[in-house]
Design a binder for this molecule. Structure first.
Ligand code: FMN
Length: 370
């Protein structure tokens, strides 16, 4: 199979995935009782639904410490590689990613684990590389967060070079890096069908440069459509200079209801009236977002966006509005988006039956071949 035949890598199809279902709370920093508990049974039920509706992929968050507050947002999370392997064994069609911190997982072990997961899924495994940012998580591993982005991405580059070479080179090799000094490295089996789809989650210039040089998709936050529209062609040119084609995905969160009013009312209910304010304070502090750096209105808006979906792009409204918003994201140059819901299993069917056919009619998605 050519790599471009992989369902995740085909062109002319705006990809949709589910993000953060492995974490308690998902992306919503809220106290409402129906918030996502990220149980295994919930994840399994969600994957079955998503696979059946033609959702293209599931993408987990790698998280090792919660955010405290009333709900300890993301305090419980299923480990992403074990989660991905089990979902790959239970689904038929979709790609399932693992999200892996390059600093916390030795690349020789990682290469074998990823190849094993890809064997389980007959080529449906995907890898999301994260270079790290969160000081408390480094402390939890007894490590120091490298102070600069350059150091973090240099470390990530070595890590990825080792993994990729294990998968693609015919003979055992020695590796002399700054961090890894390895002898006679090899690892079999290889992934099922060549290097699986690779994604890198990043915002900084260094992160984007790493993505342009190494991966299939950059996963990055959409702040506003005009900025992305200007930036994405530059990113694609950057990857072309490396002889690569970079796709770009962005996270969104969804409140889709039969009427716009119902959607807006529920969003206000969970993200404003019932936000987990203390958890939100901690999340914003760790992200370096402080009230004093913003005008009051802008900070309130940002807070709501973080309570609603961890700062991702809001898709709130009736099916027509949500489909039109996704069309705008595609027109800004994105190749796909992730979705998150307060209660993924309860809310996904309405989204899929109402919004996906609208996207197909707009020519954004290829209908599912049954
Ligand atoms: C959309 C998106 C998703 C991310 N997912 C994770 C994650 O699952 N776990 C994690 O520790 N960091 C995650 N990150 C953080 C990045 O991997 C990266 O470490 C962080 O953004 C700092 O690097 P940067 O300045 O290059 O963006 C994510 C970042 C973005 C933009």
């Amino acid at each position: 199979m050519a790599r471009t035949d992989h369902l995740m890598l085909r062109s002319g199809h705006f990809k949709l995935g589910l993000f953060s279902a492995n974490c308690s709370g998902g992306l919503a920093v809220t106290r409402v009782p129906e918030r996502w508990d990220a149980s295994w049974d919930g994840n399994l039920a969600l994957s079955m639904l998503a696979d059946d509706f033609g959702i293209d992929f599931m993408l987990p968050i790698a998280r090792f410490a919660g955010y405290g507050g009333d709900t300890d947002f993301q305090g419980a999370s299923l480990e992403t590689l074990v989660w991905a392997s089990a979902l790959l064994a239970s689904t038929q069609r979709m790609t399932v990613f693992a999200t892996v911190h390059t600093a916390f997982c030795h690349p020789v072990l990682a290469a074998k684990q990823f190849a094993t997961a890809d064997q389980v899924g007959h080529g449906r495994f995907g890898l999301n590389i994260v270079a790290g940012w969160n000081q408390p998580e480094y402390e939890l591993f007894g490590l120091e967060l490298p102070p600069g982005h350059a150091d973090r991405y240099a470390q990530a580059q070595e890590w990825w070079d080792v993994v990729r070479r294990i998968w693609t080179e015919d003979k055992p090799f020695d590796f002399q890096g700054r961090q890894f000094k390895l002898k006679n490295v090899s690892g079999r089996p290889r992934p099922f069908n060549g290097v699986p789809p690779i994604l890198n989650a990043a915002s900084s210039q260094e992160g984007r440069a790493f993505a342009a040089a190494n991966v299939d998709f950059l996963f990055t936050v959409l702040i506003d459509l005009a900025t992305s529209k200007a930036e994405l062609p530059l990113l694609r040119a950057q990857s072309k200079a490396h002889g690569r084609e970079l796709g770009v995905l962005t996270p969104t969160y969804v409140v889709c209801r039969p009427s716009k009013k119902e959607a807006e009312d529920y969003h206000r209910h969970y993200a404003e009236e019932n936000a987990d304010e203390k958890g939100l304070d901690r999340l914003l502090e760790l992200q370096g977002l402080h009230a004093k750096s913003f005008p009051a209105d802008a900070f309130k808006h940002l807070r709501t966006r973080f309570a609603g979906g961890h700062g991702s792009y809001p898709l709130i409204g009736d099916p027509d509005t949500v489909a039109d918003e996704i069309e705008k994201i595609a027109a800004a140059g994105f190749d796909g988006a992730t979705l998150a819901f307060v209660d993924y299993v309860m809310e996904l069917p309405f989204f899929c039956t109402e919004v996906i056919p609208r996207l197909e009619r707009k020519g954004l998605r290829i209908p599912l071949a049954r």
